[in-house]
Design a protein around this ligand. Structure first.
Ligand code: FAD
Length: 497
């Protein structure tokens, strides 16, 4: 007899709700704990998981296997071609192993909830107890309500209520007890061979070339120890100034832990607790403004998950705002390719897009500029951009990505108003004033001095000559024209005069 913990997007040993409870039960029963991880390439295809993210997950699984082994806990890794068979596989393995209890942390996308629902039934039919827990959000979805008993659709009151709830329920932020070591002898018994199982290969369509892989390994060391050390560095060196520095891509001033939150090598709960603990107030508010501001960014993650649980149609290619369904989008392949390849002639947009191709990451301000540009300047269907981000980001996460796209394109929950059309040049002059980020990524403009780097052809003179000589494209669309066209198209779509 044993207890199983099924790892999904919670690839860590510490501060893991379901794992901790699975271990508690195993200990009470005097039996062992087995970890299970299932890779379904079909799942990765269907959910557009990017190759860098697949690679990161597998690297993290390898580390998880070793960390669990230190506690005598085996991790069995299984590759399953058809994702619809996941629930059957879990039950089959439980039967083979004589397991009566399966634990896991919940995921909130409709496909995942349907899968878990199937698992509840299949387990019941086979007299196995299925024990799912809330863990991914700091405050579980469905907990917070507006004064009229509704789900929040506006962030600021959500955040106030989120903070008040956590102050009233400090247990939600408490670290979950780590799993206990397995009983002696478990390592040598019938599950011994799991300790030496090789981590599966990244499936063909998701593979990346070795040079890119090496770069990603260096930029984003996998596993929970790497996550905590990155977070600790941020908390000691950077968080204090975060409020003032967070919008400037060249400053490298954010935590860059989204990859860990997405893979679950770091719990959002751990992040917020550790940030709270470095605040002089030991609270989520008051004290240092940088800390409060950072915690409120992590809370956006909860917000978008709560929204997804309450309005799951957003996972079905529908805009959150129903009245934005009828906007007439364009589908120009030339414009889309220019955007993805960073050849729009808007240096800040191009720098952002070239950065994501090379590092699988993009700074939040640049995500906003790039998203606004494709939807509002090019009028391309924002879902093309949403998908492109998912297939390229190492931190791709449905709820946060969809939420971010909805925000920038005015179609989502608590969005920018539709008539706010970012001027990429002004954004660039404000958030990359010295052009440091642009020069790093747009090599054609590396020698342009001064402010001409933001818009070389408009500046003229030497800036334009360098841009021309180096083959930097002219703006793909004229800003004033694009802005007016965008307002017309949005107004038409949503039926406003
Ligand atoms: P920090 O500034 O250090 O923030 C700390 C943490 O808070 C992040 O790691 C992240 O978990 C969370 N967070 C911060 N901002 C947001 C936000 N706006 N929404 C939700 N969570 C947030 N984030 C993803 O994790 N995955 C995505 O696929 C994703 N797609 C996005 C698409 C668009 C168009 C936009 C505008 C934003 C998107 N974001 C996404 C949110 C945000 O850009 C990233 O979380 C952030 O840039 C990650 O860098 P960091 O860890 O240094 O963040």
């Amino acid at each position: 007899d044993a207890v199983v913990h099924w790892f999904k997007r919670d690839l860590r040993v510490h501060d893991n709700t379901a794992l901790s409870l699975a271990s508690k039960m195993a200990k009470e029963k005097g039996v062992g704990l087995i970890g299970l991880w299932i890779l379904s390439p079909q799942d990765w295809e269907a959910h557009l998981v990017s190759p860098p993210k697949c690679d990161f997950e597998l690297r993290s699984v390898g580390i998880l296997q070793k960390e669990l082994a230190k506690l005598g806990i085996p991790l069995h890794m299984e590759v399953l071609p058809e994702r619809k068979n996941i629930s059957k596989l879990v039950v089959k393995l439980c039967q083979e192993w004589g397991v009566k209890n399966v634990f896991c942390n919940l995921e909130y996308e409709p496909d995942e909830l349907r899968r878990e629902e199937r698992l509840v039934r299949t387990c019941l039919e086979n007299a196995i107890a299925f024990n799912p827990y809330h863990d991914d959000c700091i405050v579980p979805p469905g907990t917070l309500q507006t004064g009229t008993g509704k789900q929040y659709a506006v962030y600021s009151p959500f955040f106030r209520s989120w903070v008040a709830h956590l102050h009233a329920h400090p247990d939600l932020l408490q670290e979950r007890p780590p799993p206990s070591p397995n009983p002696p002898g478990f390592q040598t018994g019938r599950f011994a061979h799991f300790f030496n199982e090789p981590v599966p290969e990244v499936p063909g369509s998701k593979q990346i070339d070795p040079e890119f892989k090496a770069r990603l390994e260096q930029l984003y060391p996998a596993g929970e120890a790497a996550a905590v050390s990155r977070l600790e560095h941020f908390l000691t060196e950077k968080i204090g100034a975060y409020k003032d520095t967070r919008n400037f891509p060249a400053k490298n001033s954010t935590a860059v832990v989204s990859v860990h939150h997405a893979a679950g090598t770091l719990a959002a709960r751990t992040s917020v607790r550790m940030a709270r603990d470095v605040n002089s107030t030991k609270k989520l508010d008051g004290g240092n403004e940088g800390i409060r501001s950072w915690i409120s960014e992590v809370a956006w993650r909860d917000f978008y998950r709560h929204v997804l649980v309450h309005w799951p149609y957003i996972a079905m290619h529908k805009p959150f705002k129903y009245e934005y369904t009828n906007i007439r989008w364009d589908y120009s392949p030339e414009h889309f390719t220019a955007w993805t390849e960073g050849r729009t002639g808007y240096p800040i947009v191009d720098a952002a897009m070239r950065c994501v191709r090379s590092t699988a990451y993009m700074h939040n301000r640049l995500r906003m500029i790039a998203a606004s540009f494709i939807a509002k300047h090019l009028l391309l269907d924002w879902r093309l951009g949403e998908q492109y981000f998912m297939t390229h980001l190492i931190d791709g996460d449905f709820a946060s990505n969809n939420g971010g796209w909805g925000f920038c394109t005015s179609t989502g929950v608590d969005p920018q108003p539709y008539f706010r059309v970012f001027n990429p040049w002004l954004q660039s002059a404000k958030f990359d004033a010295d052009g440091e980020f642009i020069r790093k990524w747009v090599k054609e403009l590396r020698d342009v001095e001064g402010e001409g780097v933001h818009n070389p052809y408009e500046k003229g003179g030497e800036a334009a000559r360098i841009a021309e000589r180096n083959g930097y494209p002219r703006p793909i669309v004229e800003h004033k024209f694009a802005r007016e066209r965008c307002l017309r198209r949005y107004k038409e779509g949503i039926g406003r005069e």
